[in-house]
Design a binder for this molecule. Sequence first.
Ligand SMILES: Cc1cc2nc3c(=O)[nH]c(=O)nc-3n(C[C@H](O)[C@H](O)[C@H](O)COP(=O)(O)OP(=O)(O)OC[C@H]3O[C@@H](n4cnc5c(N)ncnc54)[C@H](O)[C@@H]3O)c2cc1C
Ligand code: SF4
Length: 518
Amino acid sequence: MSAHRLVEKGYRVAVMEMGRRWRPEDFPRTSWSIHRWFWRPKLGLRGFFNMRLFRRATIFHGCAVGGGSITYANTLLRPPDKVWDMGSWAGLADWKSEMPRHYDTACRMLGVVQNRILGPADNLLKRAAESLGVGHTFYRTSVAVFQPPEGEPGGNTFPDPYFNGEGPERTTCVACGGCIMGCRYGAKNSLDVNYLYLAEKRGARVFPETKVVGVRPLAGASDGCAGYEVETVRSTAWIRHNRRRFTCRGIVFAASALGTMELLFKLKENGSLPAISDQLGKHVRTNSESLVGLRIPGYAEDLSKGIAIGCGIYIDEHTHVEPVRYPSGSDTMMFLTTPLTGGQPGPMRIALWMKNLVVSLLRHPLKTLRLFRPSGWARESIILLCMQALEGHIDMRWERPWFWPWRKWLVSRGERIPTFIPQANRFAEQFAQFAGGTAMSMLPEILFNVPGTAHCVGGCIMAHSRDHGVVDYSNRVFGYKNMYVCDGSVVAANLGVNPSLTITALAERAMSYIPPAM
Ligand SMILES: Cc1cc2nc3c(=O)[nH]c(=O)nc-3n(C[C@H](O)[C@H](O)[C@H](O)COP(=O)(O)OP(=O)(O)OC[C@H]3O[C@@H](n4cnc5c(N)ncnc54)[C@H](O)[C@@H]3O)c2cc1C
Ligand code: SF4
């Protein structure tokens, strides 16, 4: 996003991205193509999706030219106004009057519209919500998808519908439910077909498979006023890492909450950027999120059809629930799910989970075994993404873990955040009962007592001084000149909705303060 705005202002821009560049035809058909889905280049996996296990949270994130937008579910929502009164950004700006115009710009650039396609999972959630007394909260999501007119089939290609012909041609959505696996039809408005596409067209250079490993101020000006040297390596290389050095006047870190924290911790510790605030890694948030779901073996309709997230409901004032789907055949997520278990987190919950499994196997062997059959998982399952705009955070540090003492890693510390949302679990059970299925939760949640999230934010939060945060009200890094952070790490509160639109709007705002190049 920043690349586009900077090029427009007349700057020469290079985008370093450690992930690969993807074309619609290159995306995997299903999640069984692990090597084209998962990102672990040292193991030969060169996909666009990553999962990292920490003691306090399991974090899912994207890795590609276009960042997380390549794997995200295109749901772009505005958070409630109250989030601007929470956390360290409260009072830094008149957010409630400033942000709407940046949200509008972000929505225009990302082609956000109200979802017109309700799939079987959305309709089922709607009926369940009505029967459970929260039907009035049902809404259609705002999505970054090029949709056909209501009632018309998708799959038709049109010249650029968004940027007066300057953008690429687009094909209308066929409701295959595959957004999270990358859109094979060219209907999803990921960043590579809007912001990055326009930036490249106007001269920005994108370096895919290029990982930034070093950033240091040039020519003895320790605050960076003389510019920076950026060091990169080839992220997908096993042996010849092709180490390169670039110089620039300014830097925008946009490597996601985890990526930016990791890089800045390294650079602060090795003396390249020692003035980075000690608040680095503090106030990392998981959007107070929990992932539960249900599986309905033998369900008459195909629950994988529709848009990845087509609708949402509120089961109470604070708890927002969205049904998420994977495309038909993408059944590997089954290995991360297990029947939902109540109880308090810890060994007793594991014991209860095992007891429930054994009892269920003895009482209903076939029904229980069908829950663990990978085949058909995506067609028969709905993941429920539950989010709350409530306070709660963890910290990240740069330490040597006991099991790998010869190098430092990002590790999670601080108070535990709730492993699950009791109201969400209750809703999943009621929904499963309504639909004739079984409520499910995430296996790491039960085994390791950690919540799962695809919405990790914070760690370089905005604040009024370096004693409280890493960047100021316009994303400038405290202690350095011409250095910005424009990604999820600056977010200073749990948003209670999917965060990408807010991350984009905040980046739009930050770029709006930068003067045109001389
Ligand atoms: C499966 C899934 C579904 C999601 N669905 C939604 C949704 O529907 N709506 C929503 O709002 N959000 C969704 N999200 C979350 C969303 O993807 C992220 O919140 C968002 O992309 C974060 O944006 P960002 O700018 O912080 O970083 P990212 O978009 O993650 O981009 C950071 C990029 O930096 C690269 N990088 C990291 N370190 C380096 C380095 N050292 N050198 C070079 N490159 C580096 C990474 O490879 C990555 O491509 C989803 C996430 C997942 C995993
Ligand atoms: S539902 Fe299918 S066609 Fe539509 S945006 Fe998602 S992946 Fe693309």
